[in-house]
Design a protein around this ligand. Sequence first.
Ligand code: NAP
Length: 681
Amino acid sequence: MHKNITIPDGIVSSYLCDQWVAPDNNARVIRSAVTAKDIAKAGNSSIDTAAMLNHARKQGGPALRELTFHDRAKKLKQLATHLNEHTSYLTELAFHSGATAADSTIDIDGGIATVFVYASKGRRELPDDTLCTDGEVEQLSRKGTFVGQHVYTSKPGVAVHINAFNFPVWGMLEKLAPTLLAGMPAIIKPATATSYITEACFRLMIDSDIFPPGSFQLICGGTGNLLNELSAQDVVTFTGSANTANLLRSNTHLLNNAVPFNAEQDSLNATLLGPDITADSPDFDIFVNEVFKEMTVKSGQKCTAIRRVLVPTRLMDATQDALTAKLSALNIGDPSLAETTMGALVSSEQKESVIDACNQISTCAKLTYGDATPTLNDTQMNAGAFVTPMLYHCADPDNAAAVHAIEAFGPVSTLMPYRDLHHACELLNRGNGSLVASVVTQDGSVAREVTSRSAAWHGRLYFNNLHSNKESTGHGSPLPHMVHGGPGRAGGGEELGGVRAVKHYMQRTAIQGSPDLLQSVTGNYVAGAPTAEHSKHPFRKRFSELNIGDTLHTGSREITLDDIEHFAHFTGDTFYAHMDEEAAAANPFFPGRVAHGYLLLSFAAGLFVDPDPGPVLANTGLSDLAFQKPVSAGDSICVSLTVQTKKKRNEEYGEVRWHVTLHNQNDEQVASYQLHTMNAL
Ligand code: NAP
């Protein structure tokens, strides 16, 4: 290989209770994907899993839960920044696994980017607190003295992450980031075949000393009795084949203790060329490029890779020709060489499994490109786990069970025709539940119909065309912002999807009680809880001086017909409801001419602002605005402004959200909203 990085001492260690533990005599041997030579061993049969769990529960968990979401998010950012400095070492190490540098970008840079996204989301979307609310306060009684609020708190257990071989870094980081953000420690069990890459990345994380001891531990090799020692407060997240998932999820101990088990399994993902696309359009090229990319990136060893290619019957030949041309230009070989465009499968076992799957697909489809055992120039390399891409042609996809059921986890796809969109959707859904299906179309009605007929069978639907292509993220890329997972065959699990993933490691509890008690629990103002009005105007108080519930009640201001006329002509908003008595009265909502809602907002600001320079730096927006009752000329309004939530943004300022209500002279609420300001600390 070009860069001959060896695995230090040829051992892949585990890390438990703050100690590295080397493999023992029963360790499994790991071979190079490229040369098939032994490169390392991993596994220790006497690993004390009970001690690991105890360490996580007694040390890591409590230390993490001492920190707020923001503290944890800051640490995630530090961790991602630290790992970013070492990507080239990990990439070179990953050459042993058959991955090219481009393949590793997805795994290593993609994993680090995911941690950065969670660091940012943790700061922006979660409070600087150890618990968070879910949804709005629910009024459970007529007078509002008994209310409800759902809250999430950290589970006091351990997350056990069992990962697949194909993403040794991303697979670890994409699960770990939301777990740590949730305040839960993790035990990571990478697939043995690529555990040396995970272990190298894990070492960087331990050496960085960013997270408290016990936050994460590592088991390379077998997991021993680990699963039988878990409790209801623990979580298992599994990624791998359906067979292993079924074996593990049916563990009696896990079932008896209702241990949450999330599975991300194999998937017969499909792509669909829309019926509106012609062979001479740029959209056709986009489609072909995407299929080519999905077949060859990571040598097709991606859970989201395209396995089934659905095209209108009239475009079968054109698609076959275009794909063949691209596949024949591939340069398969040593992944460490810059000129190589496709490396090897991870191991000779994986190669056997791909060939076996291809044999099953061959029962109902014809191989039109490639063969499983390419002859490479370098004789030494012939020992490696290399295969060519293999493209199958299935003429009768309605009667071809194997192409919809057999996952060849390599560079293998099957091209098949569809008659019309209804038929195409039926075929899309034949995968029996998949992670992702993609559609290239310009036609909104195609997008709508595919969504209606097929979304329930897929975790993600990815639409692309010329307009979005340049910025689109790719059929096969799970994004931290969007849900990853899928129904049925794909495992029925869900990961990522922004802060949704954090909540998988927390318990949602319905809290019911009086407004003041709920306010004490959540730290947010709950309408009905006592408020406090002070002589000092709240806009004169710095962020740190403001307390939840601090309130200002303003004086009142009468709205005159002149005000309405003036506002209408000044702004240009001469809508009839404000200008024409007869037309306004004919409207079911108004008694006659009424004040503009925006006039009320402006007068409200005039009533509550404190004009001089002070701690309020900016009004950054308002939300949840509702105009509840019309205000006519002659009515008066007054405003109540209450500190609802506070969120520190940085060392200079924080965001304050104010609960604002407007009342008329009869004490009827006419409008309400949430005002957002940035206040100096
Ligand atoms: P696998 O053979 O099912 O192994 C998955 C993980 O389970 C490995 O860490 C493996 O460890 C572990 N494992 C196996 N038996 C176990 C046991 N009895 N107790 C505890 N752990 C056990 O899958 P793979 O070959 O690594 O991965 C390829 C498959 O994963 C493909 O089917 C692919 O579609 C799927 N995949 C799905 C996703 C997704 O997000 N849905 C992502 C990536 C891959 P050892 O390696 O030590 O046996």
